[in-house]
Design a protein around this ligand. Structure first.
Ligand code: ZN
Length: 425
């Protein structure tokens, strides 16, 4: 039903080229935003003859979507729009995304593909803990689950007591949520002695970056396999890329999107397989199609074919956001760099917090980590070990503070990993 459609690569490239040209023409005719962008750089729709001309098209940024609030970027006629979602803007105007029926159907199929990829079937029961309403995640998972005939429990976020009660009483087999909430629920279930009563077998966890250590902890507590998922509201929502049983990257739907990786500073291309900012062009979106949308997410396109057998290409798991790359003492640090280091130390938990401040013109960076419940080394030994590893792998000196297990904050949504107070000083 939603099997791999990417087998005939040549045909797909031809089709994508055709869809791209069609989209460029539609946008030039119907979007005053894109028409003025094209005119500004002297580009005419006829200049774009296929995917090879993609680099000639202008970027679209989140700021463009904000400036065109509420529906200035909508392309489909009003009577074809069936739904609005909104992205969670922390600052300024929200971004509204109009969907046609075709958009809702395509997104549902993408979600269903994600679920099939990780082994969910019509016999599963999904506890969906992300938010519903204007937020895309709850609705998206719900639609995918119903499409494949599984049972959706649309519980939404929060209320851990009720989550655990339903998880046990309804014998939930699949947990959907952020990785932070997955960990919180697993630890709360452990505290209440409920781990023996849960029937979970699969977790789809996403919407923030999470490392192998956190994966291992959630998997071992709940006794389930976990899968990372990727997506963003501006482009449907979650479900545009998914981890597979090989865990070698996230497959994305190249019959609906063109993915590119660019240098976030220059906007130019990076060498094949190198990391940079993910830029997405939608090929089939109708309500609000986007050309070369800058996601700010840092990843790379993986060149190898996956051992799981799927022909859909892969991106690496998200390394971070170009906005949350921190520059300290002249060196670029991503939270993922820290995660990779703590993954190697069994006496340290998965949780960490990076604090940066400035004192007397000097930048200080402190890493707080938790010792594991069964850790044998002293806090001092662990701190020294981590300092040495960070110096060796990242090249700068961190202060390290080892705190007791469970003392760093757990979150129901996304865990804050960096507190940068340099701007405030
Ligand atoms: Zn795979």
């Amino acid at each position: 039903m939603v099997k791999d459609r990417a087998r005939n690569i040549h045909n797909l490239e031809m089709k994508n080229g055709h869809n791209l040209c069609k989209l460029v023409n539609t946008l030039y005719e119907k979007s005053s935003f894109y028409k003025s962008k094209f005119d500004e750089i002297g580009l005419h729709p006829e200049d774009i003859k296929g995917v090879e001309d993609l680099h000639r098209l202008p970027f679209t940024e989140k700021g463009d979507l904000r400036h065109n609030y509420p529906l200035g970027m909508q392309v489909a006629p009003e009577d074809e729009i069936v739904r609005i979602h909104s992205s969670s803007g922390t600052t300024g105007k929200p971004v509204l995304i109009p969907y046609t029926k075709g958009d809702v159907d395509n997104w549902t199929i993408m979600m269903a593909r994600c679920m099939e990829m990780v082994g969910i079937t019509s016999g599963d029961r999904l506890q969906i803990t992300p938010g519903y309403g204007l937020w895309t995640a709850g609705t998206g998972f719900q639609a995918g689950a119903e499409y494949i005939g599984a049972m959706a429990l649309p519980i939404g976020p929060g209320n851990t007591e009720q989550q655990l009660k339903f998880m046990v009483d309804l014998k939930t087999t699949v947990l959907i949520g952020t990785s932070s909430y997955g960990l919180l629920l697993a630890e709360e279930a452990e505290k209440r002695g409920l781990l023996g009563d849960v029937s979970l077998r699969i977790g789809i966890l996403g919407s923030e970056r999470w490392g192998e250590k956190m994966r291992a902890r959630i998997e071992s507590l709940f006794g389930m396999k976990t899968f990372d998922i990727y997506g963003l509201t501006e482009i449907y929502g979650p479900g545009i890329a998914i981890d597979c049983p090989s865990h070698s990257g996230l497959h994305y739907w190249n019959d609906h999107f063109i993915f590119e990786i660019i240098d976030p500073l220059t906007g130019g291309p990076v060498e094949n397989g190198n990391k940079g900012e993910l830029v997405i062009t939608t090929l089939t979106k109708e309500g609000m199609p986007l050309l070369r949308y800058r996601t700010r997410d840092i990843t790379r396109i993986l060149p190898a074919r996956c051992s799981c057998g799927s022909a859909y290409p892969m991106i690496d798991r998200i390394i971070g956001r170009s906005d949350d790359m921190i520059k300290v003492k002249g060196v670029q640090v991503y939270p993922a760099d820290i995660e990779q280091i703590i993954t190697t130390l069994s006496d340290i938990s998965s949780e960490y917090l990076i604090k940066i401040d400035r004192q007397g013109g000097r930048e200080n960076i402190t890493l707080e980590v938790e010792r594991n419940q069964r850790a044998k080394s002293t806090n001092n030994t662990l701190a020294v070990l981590l300092q040495e590893e960070i110096k060796k792998k990242i090249g700068i000196s961190f202060s390290v503070r080892v705190v007791e297990f469970g003392s760093l904050p757990r979150s129901q949504k996304k865990t804050k990993r960096i507190i940068d107070s340099r701007e405030l000083q």
